[in-house]
Write a protein of this length. Structure first.
Lengths: 579, 427
């Protein structure tokens, strides 16, 4: 089978990709508009969404108490969390590019990247509440408290704890994206030149490095922005409750027995889309302002050398947030084996493995579902990505071009990440209901695939196009066919990034909350849905076990992804270190 | 006078029927469909007459998706235990679908109805009561009446002394749901910390004023939070008889004014000054264990003893109720109209009502949920199962639980929740 023989094989991967990426978008959009447009009781086309009376969906939405507060919360958490995370990453890069410290930070990123949002939120709650680990560590010797104080720390009405958690969780992601993009830029050269001319690191980075780097970061930042503004699992656990942010309320309305509220949910999903759009527009406007400011600073003549303070600030902020996440992980581990643990004891008074036994031995459904879903969705995504990349590369090679990443494809991949998940899924859910695919395993798998595929692509595309094309040309000039050189040269050389991409896809799937919840109709509980449900109540012990598994599972896969190439390449010195 | 409402009701039935047909008739198939479905429903009404052995035979091999609130690990474990039993005894496999809110299930069933899924529904049995039951019953989305009262173990249910087993929030169950357990609002306190807990609403308010930040209640629409609202309303409303009737929109604001006056005064002294509320009873219990709260609420008189047994509450916690009684009700299991395993669901519902299952359920180390059966009238070997139970240090005996206040009509709940949310989320 060669791909040259027919257009069919060239077109097919695009068709499949379109099915996974574009059809849900279109379906989601129509599914969202449908319930808004139909009149009450108009039957099967609007399952469960026919409202009572004559009120339109928008009117029903606007009648919800505290709506403006919810909208404001979504906007502010989205913008502030993203801006803060971005600011810390800029400080860090400006201060530490080219130093050993940054390399060390990079090696620490893994666990924080693999830490799912739900688990982070659960751990931070355990850590930060007035009866949490921090207050226990300080009581009673430093605080004089023998009872937990009545302080509003988590779930605060302004959403500050939610913003803090989102910031802490997004810094590793943005940092990774930046570090991955750096080699494609000339940042380091610029910085060296500017510094040799006597400019401070910060001034040099902001005026020369950042403008070069930023285009590579724009899409990841917008994805973070949309995520932060519409996140449900973290906001359910850490966010305010009276009222909650819009996305959390949409999910609650969707699940309400009153038809009015489900109609309002559809309008709410539209509003959520609008909020994300506003966030993105504000961010893009901010970019303009910032770029004008940078241009002004660049020519103001100052060398900006008194910047040591900022260097320290950037690093200490990062370490502080990483310490917070580490403390969260420790709290989770403690609660998973705690029996009686009363304030102000620093450690549990009695211990039990009962919660672990239940999850690992008795009630294994969520664990099995999570592993199978993650392995299948990530495996399918990887196959599809390779298929597409190989098809495109071959076409480019045969047209005499060096394989180059298609920017259209990259933008398309980011699409589902930039849209609010709750809106997209609500729209898709309507179609799943009509097709009777809701609550089926394949429905949930498909929903996972929509969100796993982009990450697998993004982590695969870089290494794929960095692969030396001459190697393949040489192979072919020695008589190897396309398929042979693909199977015998390309795949083995790409083993490490392939496994990493699989591990990333696996981790993304494990962390999915809404796709399992909304499309699974409660039939496919996963570690994430269970942990959020338990933690939003007060069932700390089982929630801790689930949260810990949420971290451990992807970590195991990541470890395998490093061990397998190490074993496979043990006799090949040139393949020992990944790039 | 008596004639007019009758005619009205018939009109309404006719309307619903018509609306039903309208929703249901796909082009060209409408009438045939309607005739068929009504014929099917007619035959199913005689479920009562069906031989139980026949039900058992059909049930063998069926998979029952039991949608039940899954927020309490102890209850989930009990459901797994019961599932193993019916699997071994009757070859019925029961799979618990853990839902965070039974409202989800109701909307799912409504959604399936609207999408035309007349059979093969995704919910085979649901743990339900109150407004959720009323909503499904009103919309005709439950299996036809009579199946629950046809179950063999129905004979042992204490219909006489526990009227709520057949009257769910004032709505007659008509055998469309099988009673599973009894619930009554109780309060849990740590006797080592608070010796004399507040036993009236006035004491609760003064206790919060003396010691701010240590009292709270779950956030409505959590059912326990809504229960607290109803408890306050029952005690303070000027004409309590109004609560047995559907809400009168015209006088609602006036009726609930004393409730909100009470809450307005209470909120500044609540935990987090009333800006944050616990989300459910499990969180309240956790906050009691943390020492953040002085009082936890529960709908299960055995809760505190179970928590002591599992080590999650200190051994000094005790349970009590208000002077003048607290709200109580029954929780049930119901079969939706499109259940794909009706017989299997009936077999499981019957097992849940058996003396074996009910006694195991009442064991505080298991769940601690009070029985719906008339224990005194049971045959000796089955009665012995209950006599052998050690209810634990913090469980009140049925006599100490005091008066059970009946639930108001379900329409009050949603109105109260709406009014509460309006008042406290916009401020």
């Amino acid at each position: 089978m060669t791909l040259r023989t027919g257009k069919f094989w060239v077109v097919l991967p695009w068709v499949v990709l379109g099915l996974i990426q574009l059809v849900p978008l279109a379906a989601g959009a129509i599914g969202l508009v449908l319930p808004l447009a139909v009149s009450p009781a108009s039957g099967p086309l609007a399952p469960g969404f026919s409202g009572q009376g004559q009120a339109s969906a928008v009117q029903l939405l606007l009648a919800q108490p505290g709506l403006s507060k919810s909208v404001w919360l979504s906007l502010t958490t989205g913008l502030f969390a993203t801006a803060l995370a971005f600011a810390v990453v800029v400080l860090l890069l400006a201060g530490w590019i080219g130093t050993r410290t940054l390399g060390m930070l990079r090696r620490c990123l893994g666990p924080f990247l693999a830490l799912p949002h739900a688990a982070a939120a659960i751990g931070l709650t355990f850590l930060l509440t007035p009866s949490g680990l921090i207050f226990r560590a300080l009581s009673p010797w430093a605080t004089g408290l023998d009872r937990a104080p009545d302080l509003t720390i988590v779930q605060d009405p302004a959403g500050l704890s939610l913003m803090l958690a989102l910031t802490a969780k997004e810094i590793p992601f943005l940092l990774l994206m930046a570090l991955a993009a750096l080699p494609q830029t000339r940042c380091e050269d610029y910085l060296r030149t500017a510094q040799s001319l006597g400019y401070g690191r910060f001034k040099a980075f902001i005026c020369l490095g950042l403008p070069d780097l930023y285009p590579h970061l724009r899409l990841p930042i917008l994805a973070v922005l949309a995520f932060a503004a519409s996140n449900v699992d973290m906001a359910t656990i850490l966010g305010p409750t009276l009222p909650a942010s819009l996305s959390v309320r949409i999910v609650a309305w969707m699940n309400d027995p009153a038809a009015d509220l489900r109609t309002a949910a559809a309008a709410g999903a539209g509003l959520q889309g609008l909020i994300c759009a506003v966030c993105i527009l504000l961010w893009l406007a901010g970019e303009r302002v910032a770029s004008t400011a940078v241009k002004a600073i660049a020519v103001d003549g100052a060398r900006g050398r008194a910047d040591r303070v900022w260097k320290v600030v950037g690093l200490s902020l990062t370490w502080a947030l990483f310490a917070l996440l580490s403390g969260a992980i420790v709290s989770i581990a403690l609660w998973s084996v705690a029996r009686g643990w009363f304030f102000p004891d620093l450690l549990p008074g009695s211990w039990t493995l009962g919660s672990w036994r239940k999850v690992l031995l008795q009630d294994t459904g969520p664990l099995v579902t999570t592993v199978v879903l993650a392995a299948l969705s990530s495996g399918l995504a990887l196959l599809l990505v390779i298929w597409i990349l190989e098809t495109m590369s071959r076409r480019q090679l045969h047209n005499g071009l060096a394989p180059r990443e298609s920017s259209a494809l990259r933008a398309m991949m980011f699409f589902p990440l930039i849209l609010p998940q709750v809106s997209l899924l609500l729209g898709i859910h309507v179609w799943f209901l009509i097709l009777r695919a809701d609550g089926t395993f394949f429905g949930v798998l498909f929903a996972h695939l929509i969100f796993v595929l982009p990450y697998v692509y993004l982590s695969m595309a870089g290494p794929w196009y960095r692969l030396e094309p001459n190697l393949l040309r040489n192979a072919q000039s020695l008589g190897l066919s396309d398929s042979h050189s693909f199977l015998q040269i390309k795949l083995p050389m790409l083993l490490r990034p392939l496994l990493t991409a699989f591990a990333i896809g696996f981790a993304v799937s494990v962390a999915q909350y809404l796709p399992s919840l909304m499309i699974g109709a409660g039939r496919w509980p996963t570690l994430t849905t269970e942990s959020v449900a338990l933690a939003s109540g007060g069932a700390r012990r089982p929630a801790a076990v689930y949260a810990l598994l949420l971290m451990v599972l992807p970590a195991c896969v990541f470890i395998l992804a490093t061990l397998i190439p190490a074993a496979a390449f043990r006799h090949r010195r040139g393949m020992r270190h990944s790039r | 006078m008596p004639d007019t409402p009758q005619t009205n009701r018939e009109d309404k039935t006719l309307m619903t029927r018509r609306a039903f047909l309208k929703t249901w008739s796909l082009p060209g198939l409408g009438l045939a469909f309607a005739l068929m479905s009504s014929a099917l429903m007619g035959s199913a009404v005689h479920a009562e007459a069906r031989n139980w052995q026949e039900v058992l035979d059909t049930a063998r091999g069926q998979e029952v998706y039991f949608h039940a609130w899954g927020g309490e690990p102890g209850i989930n474990a009990y459901i797994s235990w019961a599932a193993e039993k019916v699997s071994a005894q009757y070859g019925v496999s029961v799979i618990q679908v853990k839902v965070s809110d039974t409202g989800n299930v109701v909307s799912q069933i409504i959604g399936e109805k609207a999408a035309g899924r007349e059979t093969g529904g995704s919910v085979d049995l649901v743990w339900i009561n109150g407004e959720n039951f009323a909503a499904l019953k009103r919309a005709g989305l439950l299996a036809p009446p009579g199946w629950a009262t046809s179950l063999p173990n129905w004979a042992n249910v204490d219909v006489e002394n526990k009227p709520t087993v057949a009257l769910d929030f004032t709505v007659p169950t008509e055998g469309q749901e099988a009673p599973w357990g009894m619930a009554q609002l109780v309060f849990i306190h740590d006797s080592a910390r608070v010796e004399t807990p507040p036993k009236t609403l006035a004491e609760l308010a003064s206790c919060a004023a003396r010691n701010p930040g240590r009292i709270s209640y779950p956030q409505p629409p959590n059912f326990l939070g809504s229960t607290f609202l109803k408890q306050v309303l029952i005690s303070l409303i000027k004409e309590p008889s109004k609560l047995q009737q559907p809400v009168n929109e015209a006088t609602f604001d006036e009726d609930v004014a004393p409730l909100f006056a009470y809450l307005d005064a209470l909120h500044p002294n609540l935990w987090r000054k009333g800006a944050v509320f616990p989300q459910d009873s499990a969180q309240m219990r956790q906050l009691l264990a943390d020492g953040e709260l002085d009082l936890a609420f529960s709908f299960n008189p055995g809760d505190a003893s179970s928590a002591i047994a599992s080590g999650s509450l200190p051994e000094t916690v005790r349970t009590y109720t208000f002077d003048g009684g607290t709200l109580g009700n029954t929780h049930f299991v119901a079969i939706p109209f499109n259940s794909s395993a009706k017989e299997g669901a009936m077999v499981f519902a019957d097992f849940l009502m058996s003396a074996e299952a009910q006694a195991h359920k009442q064991d505080p180390s298991v769940w601690g949920d009070p029985t719906v059966l008339n224990v005194a009238a049971l045959p000796a070997p089955q009665k012995a199962l209950f006599d052998a139970l050690d209810l634990g240090p913090a469980t009140l005996s049925p006599d100490d639980l005091g008066q059970v206040l009946p639930e108001p009509h379900p329409s009050w709940v949603s109105q109260l929740e709406k009014a509460w949310l309006q008042r406290y989320s916009d401020s």
